[in-house]
Design a protein around this ligand. Sequence first.
Ligand code: PMP
Length: 361
Amino acid sequence: MSKFWSTLTKRTEPYVPGEQIDNKNIIKLNTNENPYPPSPRVIEAIKWEMENNLQLYPSPTADPLREKIADYYQLKKENVFVGNGSDEILALSFMAFFEPGKTIRFPNVTYSFYPVYAKLFGIPYEEVPLNRDFSILVDAFYQSDGGVVFPNPNAPTGIYLELEHVVDIVENNPNQVVIVDEAYIDFSGGSAASLVHTYDNLLVVQTMSKSRSLAGLRIGFALGNANLMEALTRMKDSFNSYTLDRLAIAGAGAAISDNRYFLQTTEKIIQTREWVTEKLKRNGFTVLPSATNFIFASHYKCKAKPLYEKLKENNVLVRHFDKQPIENYLRITIGTDGEMDSFFRKLKLVIAEVSQRTIKI
Ligand code: PMP
């Protein structure tokens, strides 16, 4: 705290991202990154851009990239907005569509950036409890005062909400924007993307950080009615015209064009997720049904906090949220098969230590 800080700085409570530890010996399963590298075409495109165009500003509207994303989702360029990670797009959306004085709703177990943005922009919020099985209580989101935001699949539970229920929430908030944060959608059921033709209050937000292996390049995008896109552009252009640099625009365009690589890597992650889920269940874990590239699991005997701490001592990093009602769950990102084998070897030791008895894994 300093006398030079503004009132806003003093009252801000920043989001705490998962640890990024610079140690090659760590099995890093804590920030839902993709264990596979991006498509080789991404590297080629970035190299070309680096060698030819870095002295020039990028396109402020990132037109070539927006066109590719629009083609992929059978939309128009006017229905696409791009940003520096979906976090930036979420922040801009809170500014563009939610009001101080009108209460928005999101689930009580969800992406922990939402309350941070709400507080930053002075937007009151209501945290709607999940059902006992951790699914979203759909009708509790109807007729909101200020709007709705939720991830689908939800994070960190990993549970997917069927599209018909997404539609229920959108239809029952005709005068408010409903933001569906689809950060993990490519590992699950259908996206709400095609519904933006029908609903002018639906904003779908996605990222290339997970399924396209580009967390380090920072690319997010939003899909919606052209009026919503215009609002986001107005907000963006009020503080930074060039949120995506040339390398990001080139790399992201190449990633969206290489559908074959994308399908192969996402399919592989889903396969790994399935065997990891079964193995965790066989070994005393309750595992929520994941439609993402991570698993949310709780051990019948060992508390999650000591498991997290001991795993970390053993060079395995997972994520633990020390808050009710999820304090006994670990969020485990799906790595390669090899990483998950090592994870299970370490887990066996850690469970034995934490529970003071050996468990057959
Ligand atoms: N939404 C959810 C639900 C997330 O888990 C994440 C990743 N932390 C994001 C958005 C942001 O992803 P990015 O900024 O990397 O696009």
